[in-house]
Design a protein around this ligand. Structure first.
Ligand SMILES: Nc1ncnc2c1ncn2[C@@H]1O[C@H](COP(=O)(O)OP(=O)(O)OP(=O)(O)O)[C@@H](O)[C@H]1O
Ligand SMILES: [Mg+2]
Length: 162
């Protein structure tokens, strides 16, 4: 079974479709860690927003660029959406008061996870978006914590379809 791969996301709609396709994974367990890597404008928030909408979140889903973290009650698990771009050092995460809700207490969607290296919990699912002309490429990898998870087995075909 493949535990890493890549696919092309030709437009924003493809990024949104992939984000929404992850919803059953989040619904399958109370918490987990998703690292969303990629340069500025790669599509990390686009993917996160579509996933939150698919989990029933209504109203604005704004980028947590300045607040660093936005918590969401969904119709499934609790989700924390983080953007660590403005974190000055990984230790700042302790002061945010979010580590109490580390997985398995909630799902975390973390943009710029490399800014939290050493303090941020390890990823169950790592997604790296990169520019490919006007489109995007996605490199993904799944940690052993998820490879046999029923939720992952339900959604992995979306990652292997190309
Ligand atoms: N597959 C894609 N092909 C082309 N454009 C895309 C794709 N996915 C997302 N975009 C577009 O990229 C732009 C930037 O997206 P987004 O804000 O989600 O990036 P980001 O990675 O969160 O950036 P930042 O690091 O600033 O938070 C948006 O206009 C979005 O519509
Ligand atoms: Mg963003």
């Amino acid at each position: 079974m493949s535990i890493e791969g890549q696919l092309e996301l030709p437009d924003s709609a493809a990024t949104e479709a992939l984000g929404a396709a992850l919803a059953p994974l989040l619904r399958s367990r109370p918490g987990g860690m998703i690292h969303l890597e990629g340069e500025l404008g790669a599509g990390k928030t686009t993917l996160s927003r579509a996933l939150l909408r698919a989990l029933g979140v209504q109203g604005a889903v704004k980028s947590p660029t300045y607040t660093l973290v936005e918590p969401y009650e969904t119709d499934g698990p609790k989700v924390l959406h983080l953007d660590l771009y403005r974190l000055l050092e990984p230790e700042e995460l302790y002061g945010l008061g979010v580590l109490d809700e580390a997985p398995p207490a909630a799902w975390w969607l973390v943009e710029w996870p490399e800014r939290g290296a050493g303090v941020l919990p390890a990823a169950d699912l790592r997604l790296r978006l990169s520019h490919a002309g006007a489109a995007r490429r996605l490199d993904w990898s799944v940690a052993p914590s998820l490879t046999d998870d029923p939720g992952w087995l339900r959604v992995r075909s979306c990652f292997e379809s190309q």
